[in-house]
Design a protein around this ligand. Structure first.
Ligand code: BTN
Length: 271
């Protein structure tokens, strides 16, 4: 079994943490299948909100729409956080937007660079993906039982560390800034930022989250292609709906809500 690298030891992270809820109970492992699986299981077993799992490596890291999230040791942050929001399931997409805001804030705090947010779950640096979010939920009847907010951040990756199929579209903090960011500091900044944004979510200030997500969006105002299993169409991303859905004006002028489909930004680097 591999050993835990000292930069992400729980003692280092907890000594930097100011969060009240998120990350206060923390398990850090050298390797795991997927931190999201561990946190969904912990949710089922009744663990407290805020419980976080962080791993140096994932053997089965996964992303949205069944994609693989390559999770090499030593270079990334792979973490999932347990939430128990008292909201109906249809409000959980807002948690993904909220997590994007927290990731962007943490990166800014530690790397002094401002990422953009590509709807719904990507964090971009210089138009390439530096982080992704996978929100999974269990519900009981009409209410959410628990949520695993899974976050992957590319920290020390060189280009050769990315699988060939994402090499042209992925980046890392090292590639984007030319500097080496301390993973332990970044994790603590991430849990602190999540703590603040989640407190806002729980206070009911959904409008505040939506407004910040609009302001930091790399998608709004852009030409996009929307793809589902059965359909592919083009339009302009015009706004976020109250539940976090993306509003896209199609070529026929009608505005449609996009919630689960894949959205890609079309050529032209935009603003
Ligand atoms: C995406 O971009 O599609 C989401 C990627 C999410 C990756 C993180 S890494 C920690 C957590 N565990 C997983 O298996 N996935 C998420």
């Amino acid at each position: 079994m591999s050993r835990l690298p000292p930069d992400i030891s729980p003692e280092r992270i907890l000594s930097r943490l100011t969060a009240r809820v998120i990350g206060r109970e923390l398990t850090v492992l050298p390797e795991i299948g997927s931190t999201n699986d561990a946190v969904m299981a912990a949710g089922q077993e009744g663990r407290r909100e805020g419980f976080a799992v962080l791993a140096d490596r994932q053997a089965g890291g996964r992303g949205r729409l069944g994609r693989v999230w390559a999770s090499l040791p030593g270079v990334g942050i792979y973490t999932s956080v347990l939430l128990r929001p008292t909201v109906p399931p249809h409000q959980t997409p807002l948690l993904t937007l909220m997590a994007g805001l927290a990731v962007a804030e943490a990166i800014h705090a530690v790397a002094q660079i401002r990422p953009g947010l590509k709807w719904p779950n990507d964090v971009l640096l210089q138009h390439r993906k530096v982080a992704g979010i996978l929100t999974e939920m269990a519900s009981v009847g009409a209410r959410v039982s628990h949520v695993s907010l899974g976050i992957g951040i590319n920290v020390h990756h060189g280009r050769e560390d990315f699988p060939a199929e994402v090499r042209a579209t992925a980046t890392s903090l090292l590639i984007g800034t030319g500097r080496s960011v301390d993973r332990g500091e970044l994790v603590a900044a991430l849990y602190d930022a999540l703590d603040r944004w989640y407190a806002l979510f729980c206070s009911g200030d959904r409008a505040g989250i939506l407004q910040a997500a609009r302001e930091q969006s790399a998608t709004l105002g852009r030409d996009v292609t929307v793809e589902s299993r059965t359909d592919r169409w083009q339009g302009v991303a015009v706004d976020l709906d109250a539940d976090g859905a993306l509003l896209v004006r199609g070529e026929d002028g009608a505005v449609r809500r996009v919630l689960a489909d894949d959205v890609s930004i079309r050529a032209g680097l935009g603003p």
